[in-house]
Ligand binder design. Structure first.
Ligand SMILES: NC(=O)c1ccc[n+]([C@@H]2O[C@H](COP(=O)([O-])OP(=O)(O)OC[C@H]3O[C@@H](n4cnc5c(N)ncnc54)[C@H](OP(=O)(O)O)[C@@H]3O)[C@@H](O)[C@H]2O)c1
Length: 333
């Protein structure tokens, strides 16, 4: 093994308890949705993963379908574990998910026990691990009884294939129902993963309250609105950016209203001696229900920039209200 993790990796990172569980997560976690697939450059993906761990990030988030091609982000992680990080497995919190389309036929998506168990078995093989730390149901299934889906999560934990379970993209009511079933089964819901950022506040309409009351941790995804809440698109659309390369972030997302808000927020961040990305992350971490912020990064430089959010996590009342004033036109649009 060539890789030796930095000996001071735990010195600067903050670790927050996930809900009322015994598990702590790094305040910043790394997601492998983009930049870690078989169509990306492996050496860059490896550099980002090792750099993240060296900086105290312990939590790495995946899903069966991350790539492209689907499944290949898990293979990349598996490769890095095998050649570099395997000795540190007990210092890592690995999560994966199932819910979106993964293979053809009636058992390749949604929330049946058949799909969830098969999908996790495939994920474990791709990553080359015996278990994941967290297994999520990726999206609610309108047709499968919630008892079956939650029963599958409970089974997976009892089989030792996951230590904890989570929900993603469930609304407040669905979360309440799922949490009750899981609690009755004896497998508590550890964590919820919703989209949440300055420009997307749907979670504030009931979900955060449920998470708080039920002692469930929250790990917001796309905290930078896929790069909009950074300096990436202040002037133009860079050719190596997600907007230029991937269909998940369309040019139409960069409306004039959003552009104005980004410029204003960027100026505010500069006054706080932060980048816009850092301010957007700090704003989420300022919420006591948020356990960890799940960022993406296409380079180690971006990751470093994001990690420096931890240097200034506090906001004055004036700053918070001026952030709200700048975001209002976007939120109303
Ligand atoms: N549960 C779900 O349904 C779901 C859905 C989506 C995501 N997720 C999870 O959340 C993770 C994060 O999502 P995301 O990638 O959309 O998060 P994000 O942090 O909002 O966006 C990440 C992208 O923003 C740009 N960026 C990051 N830091 C930057 C910086 N400091 N300066 C300039 N640009 C920067 C990069 O884009 P460029 O490529 O342009 O450089 C990067 O790929 C995913 O990997 C996945 O694990 C979960």
């Amino acid at each position: 093994m060539n890789y030796q993790a930095s000996s001071n990796r735990y010195d600067k990172m903050v670790y927050n308890r996930c809900g009322v569980s015994g598990l702590k997560l790094s305040a910043i976690s790394l997601g492998l949705w983009h930049n870690f697939g078989s169509e990306d450059v492996f050496s860059n993906a490896r550099d980002i993963l090792l750099h993240a761990f060296d900086k105290g990030i312990t939590h790495f988030d995946l899903a069966n379908n991350y790539g492209p091609v689907p499944g290949s982000a898990e293979e990349t992680l598996g490769k890095v574990l095998k050649q570099d990080m395997g000795a540190y497995r007990d210092e890592l919190v690995l999560s994966t998910k199932a819910g979106y389309h993964m293979w053809n036929g009636p058992y390749g998506e949604w929330g049946s026990k058949k799909y969830l168990v098969s999908s996790l078995n495939q994920s474990l093989k791709r990553m080359g691990v015996d278990y994941v730390d967290v297994f999520y149901h990726h999206r609610p299934d309108p047709d499968t009884p919630l008892e079956e889906t939650m029963g599958a999560l409970d089974l997976i934990v009892r089989q030792g294939k996951a230590l904890y379970v989570g929900l993603s993209n469930y609304n407040a009511e669905q979360t309440q129902q799922a949490e009750s079933i899981l609690r009755q089964l004896g497998t508590p819901c550890l964590i919820h993963q919703p989209r949440y950022n300055l420009f997307d506040r749907w979670v504030e309409d009931g979900l955060m309250e449920v998470l708080d009351k039920r002692g469930i941790g929250c790990i917001p995804f796309s905290p930078l609105a896929q790069g909009l809440l950074t300096d990436r698109y202040l002037k133009e659309i860079p050719s190596d950016s997600r907007m230029a390369k991937a269909h998940f972030l369309k040019e139409s997302a960069l409306t004039d209203v959003k552009r104005n808000a980004i410029v204003a927020l960027n100026e505010m961040a500069a006054k706080r001696q932060q980048s816009l990305a850092q301010m957007a992350i700090a704003w989420l971490l300022n919420n006591k229900t948020v356990t960890s912020v799940l960022v993406g990064a296409s380079s180690t430089q971006q990751l470093d920039n994001n990690l420096a959010a931890l240097d200034n996590l506090s906001f004055s009342a004036e700053e918070l209200s001026s952030i709200e004033a700048h975001c209002q036109p976007v939120l109303q649009g």
